[in-house]
Design a protein around this ligand. Structure first.
Ligand code: NOJ
Length: 747
């Protein structure tokens, strides 16, 4: 069922129009009364305990490496903390049996308040879907809703009530490693995927045993880190926050996200975790968010390293008073809030408010009614890795693949062609499921060699970052004996993700040497890229007639890629991030401002905004992606003017001159000719996946309203300005010819 209507896809700039976000609904009166009754009986220490979340002492699979439980954490210590009401919950724990043991301890505590179990369920639990950036390439938010739903079904069966996802940070700098966890550089895509993932995780009702509370993160502007360095300072204007970085959060809250995570970074001098303006004035005051704010991992304690807090006590006070309700992992709230309240440095009312929010969350996910809601024995075994989820993983992976180039129609590979599969990602249980996976297992994922099946010669040729002795010679020999060389190259999964910023967004040199050597054989070459970010590909890779982006596609990686390479399905993914010509261009994003000296495409003209040797353009633009056949766009038609309270149809006829059916992702962009605040050269306002049968045409129809033209104005509030706009219906952000649209002033 397509829950995200076409109207929703067309909503575009409407999110800027100051729609309040509500987040978690207030509990019903009876629950409210239960919460008040509990609050009335709690000691200050028990209240602080309800605000204290810890990494699980018994971590699920990769958890211990990703989130060390900290010194002194053991199963015994956590069971004792649960029994004494000193712990609100744990995250990234291993399995329902451990969660059940802890819950049994918690319900025996003085007030019997249940624990909440959280987890980083980013793109699947055991069945792994494509990394979020890859899935965004599907330009299909409803697909993200479905994969988030499946992830929730699996994770909740293992006792997880609350996921630290979706990550909704706009990421415009390819050096930053965490772009892989989000939806790329564009605000409209970011909003739609944020909302879709929240709906998927939370399902119909948060209290359902297969629902998980969502957590929009990292609030805010974590992706705007200076120089793309993870955790680095962020200094952006309030206008840019409201125009670019806030809308995906607002969309997540509009979709009902129950919680939000404060970011690690400082924001124009004030760390997000201690930023009262952000966490209270904007989030609560303006947006009326009713849910819970959790810190990131030890982010309150890190206020000391930021040079913002004097010590742990000061850090707890600053974070708590700014609006962080629950602290993750540092234990500072447990250790300092009782004394801070006793000293009058923190009002009891603020403490009660935060505890109320925690209890409201526990009530909303059904734990106050049934602490064992998601801990039914046997359910984990039954629900994890369902065949339907595996099928969905294959579909999601197929749709996330982006065909960047296909000169001479090299792809799909004709049946019977002898394939030499070469490269560090050709085979083996590694680099399939992506960098941010607690519970996934590469060994349960299908690699490309397996996906392509029998009759394929496989040789690594090179390591990821180091040469393999004899590797190139073996690869060249294999290529010579084959009809086509498929080169599986790129980044390993540890090269993106948290703390994995890169200074150059390029493919490591040993792999480039491999590509050159294979190219020299003269065999046709297909490049299949593993990557968690946009890459500057360089001439050797670009010399391949066919290039396909495979990101990290999850459990069904190899099958889905083989489906595309062998022509069982047509590629339909589009780039959610611009691939620059050279590394030095980053942060490059399509929706940049024009400058006073824009450089026209074509030969270099002096004193224009371009680099000495490189234009200010992408090699493969945001939104770019090919399919089989030959798609052509007819002229864009704007059906009259746009009255202030009216709407206007903007259309284009898309023809498929190829011999196979195609799905074309048709994109609508706008730009005002002039505005009171300078605007990007283009802004995506809507898109649609349009099916175009072979040899036929289909009409892309968009309906624009004035809300789609909103931007953040001089007073940092949304405005809509009458006047002339350029409007494009195009296959990417840097293609197509504009038509004019005129928005009339109000009558
Ligand atoms: C740190 C990461 O920034 C955050 O995204 C994650 O949810 C927490 N660790 C918990 O694992």
């Amino acid at each position: 069922m397509n829950r995200l209507s076409r109207r929703a896809l067309l909503a575009g700039g409407a999110a800027l129009a100051a729609r309040p976000a509500f987040g978690l609904a207030l509990p019903p009166a009876t629950t409210g009364a239960r919460i008040e009754a509990l609050l009335g009986r709690m000691t200050i220490a028990e209240k602080a305990g309800q605000l204290t979340l810890m990494a699980s002492a018994i971590g699920g699979r990769a958890a211990t490496a990703l989130n060390p439980p900290g010194t002194g954490a053991s199963a015994e210590v956590q069971l004792a903390a649960a029994r004494s009401g000193q712990l609100t919950g744990i995250f990234n724990g291993e399995g329902s049996a451990w969660h059940r043991r802890l819950q049994q301890a918690a319900v025996k505590s003085r007030l019997g308040i249940p624990l909440i179990f959280a987890g980083d369920i980013i793109h699947g639990f055991r069945t792994i879907f494509p990394v979020p950036l890859g899935e965004a390439a599907s330009f299909d938010p409803d697909l993200a809703r479905r994969t988030a739903r499946a992830a929730a079904v699996e994770a909740s069966a293992a006792g997880i009530d609350w996921t630290f996802a979706p990550m909704v940070d706009i990421a415009r700098d390819a050096r930053w490693g965490r772009g892989v966890e989000g939806s790329g550089e564009d605000v409209t895509l970011g909003r739609l995927f944020a909302a879709a993932r929240v709906s998927g995780f939370q399902g119909r009702s948060l209290a359902d045993p297969d629902a998980m509370a969502a957590c929009a993160k990292h609030f805010a502007a974590y992706g705007a880190a200076d120089a793309g360095l993870d955790y680095n300072s962020v200094d952006v204007s309030e206008r840019t926050l409201r125009q670019v970085y806030f809308p995906p959060f607002q969309a997540a809250f509009d979709a009902g996200a129950a919680t939000v995570m404060a970011a690690f970074n400082e924001l124009s001098g004030i760390p997000a975790t201690a930023n009262h303006w952000l966490l209270t004035d904007v989030l609560r005051g303006e947006w009326s968010f009713k849910g819970l704010v959790v810190s990131d991992y030890t982010a309150d304690e890190e206020l000391i390293a930021h040079g913002f807090a004097r010590d742990g006590r000061d850090a707890a006070r600053l974070a708590f008073l700014a609006g962080v309700d629950m602290c993750m992992q540092s234990g500072l709230y447990r250790d300092h809030l009782p004394a801070l309240v006793a000293a009058g440095a923190v009002p009891m009312a603020r403490l009660n408010e935060a505890v109320r929010r925690v209890l409201a969350l526990k009530a909303a996910v059904g734990l106050l009614d049934d602490p064992f809601r998601r801990l039914t024995p046997g359910r984990e075994k039954r629900m994890v890795g369902l065949p339907a989820h595996r099928a969905l993983a294959r579909e999601a992976a197929q749709r996330s693949i982006v065909l960047l180039k296909n000169d001479g129609g090299l792809l799909p590979l004709a049946p019977g062609r002898r394939i030499a599969l070469i490269g560090p990602f050709a085979s083996g249980p590694h680099d399939l499921i992506g960098p941010w996976n607690v519970y996934g297992d590469d060994r349960e994922a299908v690699d490309l060699a397996t996906g392509l099946g029998a009759g394929v010669t496989v040789t690594p040729g090179s390591g990821v970052e180091t040469a393999l002795p004899g590797g190139i010679a073996a690869a060249v020999a294999a290529a010579r004996l084959a009809d086509v060389a498929v080169l599986a190259i790129g980044e390993s999964q540890v090269m993106s993700g948290e703390a994995q910023s890169r200074t150059e967004v390029t493919i490591p040199t040993p792999q480039i040497d491999l590509v050159r050597a294979v190219a020299a054989t003269g065999k046709p070459m297909v490049v299949v890229l593993s990557t968690g970010r946009a890459l500057a590909l360089g001439d050797a890779v670009l010399s391949a007639p066919a290039i396909v982006v495979g990101w990290f596609l999850g459990s069904e990686s190899g099958n889905a890629m083989a489906d595309v390479l062998l022509g069982r399905v047509a590629p339909s993914g589009r780039l959610p991030v611009s691939f620059p010509i050279e590394s030095g261009q980053v942060p490059y994003h399509y929706d940049h401002k024009p400058t006073g000296r824009p450089a026209a495409p074509g030969p270099a003209v002096p004193y224009k905004a371009r680099y000495r040797t490189t234009p200010n353009a992408a090699r493969f633009a945001f939104g770019h992606g090919l399919t089989w056949g030959d798609i052509a766009y007819g002229p864009i038609v704007v059906d009259g003017g746009l009255a202030w309270d009216g709407k206007v149809e903007v259309t284009a006829v898309i023809s498929n001159r190829g011999r196979r059916a195609a799905t074309e992702v048709v994109q609508l962009y706008v730009r005002p000719r002039s505005a009171t605040i300078t605007q990007p050269v283009r802004r995506l306002v809507a898109f649609q996946r349009l099916d175009v049968p072979a040899g036929r045409t289909a009409k892309a129809v968009f309906v624009l309203r004035r809300q789609d033209l909103a931007f953040i104005g001089i007073d940092n509030r949304p405005v809509i300005e009458p006047g002339a706009y350029d409007v494009w219906i195009a296959p990417s952000a840097e293609a197509g010819a504009a038509a004019t649209l005129v928005l009339a002033a109000p009558a």
